[in-house]
Design a protein around this ligand. Structure first.
Ligand SMILES: NC(=O)c1ccc[n+]([C@@H]2O[C@H](COP(=O)([O-])OP(=O)(O)OC[C@H]3O[C@@H](n4cnc5c(N)ncnc54)[C@H](O)[C@@H]3O)[C@@H](O)[C@H]2O)c1
Length: 394
C-alpha cells in the first residue's frame, strides 16, 4: 500500500482524488482517467499497487474528516454519482487532516474566512517546521509521497541568500526570517528532509528553489512539478505543435478562462493569480520556439463552481501570407481532470524512488504546465519521454 500526504487535503482536487482512489479500491468505478493504468505503464502495479492510505495538512475545517470535505464539494457540484461517495464514506471518515501553515500565502486565502494555522499559535519558523516534520514522521513509511494541492500562492520573491543554498534555507529557518518563505517551500522542505518524494501540483514555489533541489540530491529523493496540466494548457500544448508540424505561423493566441469555487476565488486576487498566468503564458513560446502575441486571463465566475471554461482564439498565417482563425471552447470539470493525475504523479514518484532516482524527474513533465528543468512542453513528446523513461527504468 502506498501512502499519500496531501497538502490542501480538504480542497476539491484532494477530496476527489481520495474519493476516487477508495471507490476504485472498492470496485465501485473503473480506472478511466488514470495515466498510470495505460498499457505502457502496466508494470507499475508490481512496484506501486493500486492501494492507498491518505493523510494531509489543511488550514480549514479541521474539526471535520475527509468525508465532510468531500461531501461539501459534492453538494456544490455533484461532480460524480452520489452513490460513490456513500460507498466510500466509511473510508473517508477515518482520514483527518493536521493543522498546517499558510505563511505568505497571499490575500487570496482570506476568502476562506476562518482559517487555523500554526503561526496563529505563535510558533517560530523553526517550531512550525518541527511540527510539520513531526506530522510527516508519524505518517510516513517507505512508500509515502507528499503532493501539494493547496491554494496557489503569490509568486515568491527570490532571495539568493536564503533560497540559493540549503545552508541558507536552514539559516533562514533558524533566524526566523519568515518574510522570505512561503508555506509550500516549508512543506517541500519537510518532505525532502525526511526522504519523502514530493510532487507540486500547483504553480507555487514548492521544491523548485535551488536550496530544495540541493536537498533532494543530498537525500536521494525524487521530486516533480509544477502545476498540473489538466485543462486549457493541456489542449494548447497538444494543439500548438500541429501548427508547427505544418509550418503554420501562430500570430496570436488568446486564452480566457473562467472558473468558480475556492480556486477561482483565490486566483481572482492579483498576487495569487500572477503565478498561474506566468505558468500558463510561458508554454507557447517553449512549444513554438517564438513568441506570438498572447492574452491570458483567469476570472472568477462563482456559479460555475469547479467547471472551468476556456475560450481560446488562435490567429495563424499560412501559405501565400493568408491569415486564418481557429476558436475552441474547453468545458472541463477541474477536479475530475486533476484528481487522477494526483494519484499518477504519486505513483510515478514512488516508482522513481524505488529505482534510486533522485532530484527533479524531468521525464514527468507530461503532468505539468511548468515542468522543472526541461523545455519539453509539447505534450506528444512529453508522453513519449514518460514511456521511455518508465520502460528504461523497469
Ligand atoms: N483543478 C485543476 O485542474 C488544477 C490544475 C492545476 C493546478 N491546480 C492547483 O491545485 C490546487 C488545488 O486546487 P483545488 O481546486 O483543489 O483548490 P481548492 O481551493 O478547492 O483547495 C485548496 C485547499 O488548500 C487548502 N490550503 C490553502 N492554503 C493552504 C496551506 N498553506 N496549507 C494547507 N492547506 C492549504 C485550502 O484550505 C483548500 O482546502 C490549486 O493551487 C490549483 O491552482 C488545480
Amino acid at each position: 500500500m502506498m501512502k499519500i500526504w496531501l497538502v490542501g487535503m480538504h480542497g476539491i482536487v484532494a477530496s476527489t482524488a481520495i474519493t476516487g482512489a477508495k471507490a476504485i479500491e472498492r470496485g465501485l468505478v473503473d480506472k478511466t482517467g488514470l495515466v498510470s493504468e495505460l498499457e505502457p505503464f502496466k508494470d507499475i502495479e508490481r512496484y506501486v499497487p493500486f492501494s492507498f492510505e491518505f493523510g494531509g495538512h489543511e488550514i480549514r475545517l479541521l474539526d471535520g474528516t475527509a468525508y465532510d470535505a468531500a461531501l461539501y464539494h459534492w453538494k456544490e457540484l455533484h461532480h460524480f454519482n452520489g452513490e460513490i461517495l456513500d460507498g466510500v464514506k466509511e473510508d473517508l471518515e477515518k482520514i483527518k487532516a493536521q493543522k498546517g501553515t499558510a505563511l505568505n500565502c497571499g490575500s487570496g486565502i482570506e476568502e476562506f474566512g476562518e482559517i487555523s494555522t500554526l503561526e496563529q499559535d505563535g510558533l517560530t519558523l523553526r517550531e512550525i517546521v518541527e511540527r510539520i516534520l513531526d506530522d510527516l514522521r508519524k505518517f510516513k513509511d517507505d512508500n509515502t509521497v507528499v503532493i501539494n494541492v493547496a491554494s496557489t500562492e503569490p509568486v515568491a520573491k527570490y532571495s539568493e541568500e536564503y533560497h540559493g543554498s540549503l545552508e541558507g534555507f536552514e539559516r533562514m529557518i533558524d533566524e526566523n526570517r519568515r518574510e522570505y518563505v512561503t508555506a509550500s517551500m516549508l512543506y517541500a522542505y519537510a518532505a525532502l528532509k525526511l526522504g519523502i518524494p514530493y510532487g507540486n501540483f500547483t504553480p507555487s514555489a514548492g521544491s523548485s528553489i535551488p536550496a530544495l533541489k540541493e536537498l533532494s540530491l543530498k537525500n536521494n529523493v525524487p521530486h516533480a512539478g509544477n502545476d498540473g496540466k489538466t485543462g486549457e494548457t493541456l489542449v494548447k500544448t497538444t494543439l500548438a505543435p500541429m501548427f508547427s508540424y505544418r509550418n503554420l505561423r501562430i500570430l496570436g493566441w488568446m486564452s480566457y478562462n473562467i472558473l468558480g469555487d475556492y480556486d477561482g476565488m483565490v486566483l481572482n486576487h492579483q498576487d495569487n493569480k500572477e503565478s498561474k498566468v506566468i505558468s500558463k503564458d510561458s508554454t507557447l513560446e517553449k512549444v513554438l520556439g517564438y513568441s506570438p502575441y498572447t492574452i491570458t486571463d483567469i476570472k472568477f465566475f462563482p456559479s460555475l463552481y469547479d467547471n472551468k471554461i476556456a475560450f481560446d482564439f488562435i490567429h495563424f498565417q499560412g501559405f501565400l501570407g493568408r491569415k486564418m482563425k481557429m476558436h475552441f471552447i474547453w468545458d472541463g470539470i477541474d477536479a475530475i481532470l486533476a484528481a487522477p493525475l494526483v494519484l499518477d504523479i504519486a505513483r510515478f514518484l514512488l516508482f522513481a524512488k524505488k529505482k534510486g532516482i533522485k532530484g527533479v524527474v524531468k521525464e514527468m513533465a507530461f503532468f505539468f504546465k511548468s515542468p522543472m528543468e526541461t523545455d519539453v512542453i509539447n505534450t506528444h513528446r512529453q508522453y513519449e519521454q514518460l514511456i521511455s523513461w518508465f520502460q528504461q527504468n523497469l
